[in-house]
Design a protein around this ligand. Structure first.
Ligand SMILES: [Mn+2]
Length: 504
């Protein structure tokens, strides 16, 4: 199949210079039946009704333009498409700053903002979005694209031009300063052509260093619409956590829990995971970014599960840690209770007007004192060995959103996630070894105090044990999912399959 695909792609690439409407006489004979129903472009479809509206996108750009120095221009590119293997790519994810300003989700796109305006085709505009022209031949393979005309309607940018005019537009501006978005690394094709044109244009020009910071500042305060999308990601993640906690049993492999979680994300409309799902049992609970998820979960293991769905670009980021067999051991219970108290203190410190670092200090103080009290460390300063990460971060289009604002204010969302990780071999009583506990929730700052958006998954020990006593989608004997997956998830080998097939 791949060989055929490559062949067809080459054929299509050869034909791509013929313009907007393809001519069936250019198409190889074998392709004609495949394409015959599509004269010209396929219809552009909109499947979502809850994406950020053009008016809000425009407001974001206007706010940024206000912050730009006189005579400056800013240029932002989206992310390159990333190769996964041979001729397949990872699912495309736009650059977050670019996405925030444009709502544009298509690859090979760029935005130019001009503080004092720029004349395009006789019209003075302050913003120009560059998108590729539609190419019906390649759309059969890669999906239907907006093209400049549709992008103008969908995204509401003043001027939308084909990417082929990028260099020409650059020649028409003579900025006093330039603002650069995130550097583009590893691009190819159209995006690389624009990047290199911009690199040449940039040479010797004064750089305005504030662009990324100003966009980060704007992104920190969420609009009502953004909060709705983010809540949807969080709700999906809450559902996934609850189902995983109910379903977990010793004997399963970590990836079974991962599969269940990601199934629930997808069922709830999340387009992606916000980051690689972390499902670490036993000693893997002590590895902060463990994403292998291959180990078999043992009786007595703690399972540290840090997962989050992404909905229309907005991330959730929630962690729960629970005993695989449903009952905390005394040692696990002691560490869990300490982390829970640290998190309570951290959440309480998330007050309007507080410095960002206040809640980290609150978490750290509880953990340090508690570890001394348990005899795991002698001095509070040694706590870093077991609590080696910060207590949280802003959350939004990036799971780790820009952190340029240092004071908490309403409509910010951040995580509070203290943890204690005692790897095997740590200099303490071995009864603590292989206990990795993190508890993480997504907190909305309001004038009246912190609101825990992910409170739907229980945090206290009694409620977690109660939830674990239930069956879930992953282990309900009456559940169809288990029947469907049981045979392969438990590792039947080829020998057994063959023997069975020959026997009947
Ligand atoms: Mn986090």
């Amino acid at each position: 199949m791949r060989a055929v695909t490559s062949l067809l792609l080459s054929a299509l690439a050869l034909g791509s210079s013929f313009g907007l409407t393809w001519n069936s006489s250019n198409v190889p004979a074998g392709l004609a039946p495949l394409l015959s129903s599509q004269e010209g472009a396929l219809p552009y479809n909109v499947y979502e009704e809850d994406k950020i509206k053009p008016a809000e996108l425009r407001t974001r750009r206007e706010k940024l333009l206000e912050k730009m120095p006189a005579g400056s221009v800013a240029v932002l590119f989206t992310n390159p498409e990333r190769q996964r293997s041979n001729d397949t790519d990872f699912r495309f994810r736009p650059n977050s700053d670019f996405w925030y300003l444009t709502g544009c989700e298509e690859p090979n796109t760029a935005l130019l903002l001009a503080k004092d305006g720029i004349v395009i085709d006789g019209q003075n505009v302050y913003e120009v979005l560059f998108v590729p022209e539609r190419n019906p031949r390649s759309e059969v393979w890669t999906g239907i694209k907006m093209g400049p005309a549709r992008a103008k309607v969908e995204l509401g940018v003043d001027a939308v031009l084909p990417t082929s005019r990028f260099s020409e537009v650059l020649k028409a501006v003579a900025p006093t300063q330039i603002g650069n978005g995130d550097p583009v690394v590893g691009a190819s094709g159209v995006l690389e052509q624009m990047r290199s044109a911009y690199a040449a244009f940039s040479e010797g020009k004064t750089v305005w260093r504030g662009l990324i910071r100003e966009i980060g500042a704007l992104r920190t305060t969420k609009s009502e619409h953004e909060l709705r999308l983010l809540k949807r990601a969080v709700d999906s993640t809450v559902a996934a956590h609850s189902e995983a906690i109910k379903s977990c049993e010793p004997g399963m492999r970590e990836f079974e829990i991962q599969a269940l979680v990601e199934y629930i994300f997808a069922r709830n409309g999340c387009e992606a995971v916000a980051y690689g799902s972390i499902v670490g049992s036993g000693m893997n609970s002590c590895i902060l970014h463990y994403v292998d998820n291959r180990k078999r979960i043992q009786n007595g293991d703690i399972l540290c599960m840090d997962v989050g769905g992404e909905y229309h670009g907005y991330a959730a980021d929630v962690t729960r840690s629970y005993p695989a067999n449903g009952k905390f051991t005394p040692a696990q219970r002691a560490i869990y209770q300490l982390v829970l108290e640290a998190q309570d203190a951290g959440i309480k410190a998330c007050q309007n007007g507080a410095p960002f670092r206040a809640y980290d200090a609150a978490c750290r103080e509880v953990v340090s004192k508690g570890l001394v009290k348990l005899g795991i460390i002698q001095e509070p300063a040694e706590a870093r060995r077991y609590f080696m990460h910060g207590s949280g971060h802003y959350l939004g289009l990036d799971v780790h959103d820009p952190q340029v604002i240092t004071t908490l204010a309403p409509n910010q969302v951040l995580t509070v996630e203290p943890g204690i990780y005692i790897a095997p071999g740590s200099p303490c009583d071995p009864k603590w070894w292989s206990i990795g506990i993190r508890i993480e929730d997504d907190i909305l700052i309001t004038e009246k105090g912190p609101v825990n958006l992910s409170a739907g998954v229980p945090r206290d020990i009694a409620s977690i044990e109660k939830l674990m006593a239930q069956k879930g989608l992953g282990n309900n004997p009456a559940g169809k999912l288990k029947d469907a997956l049981a045979r392969f998830s438990r590792g039947d080998d080829l020998h057994n399959c063959l023997a069975e097939n020959h026997g009947h």
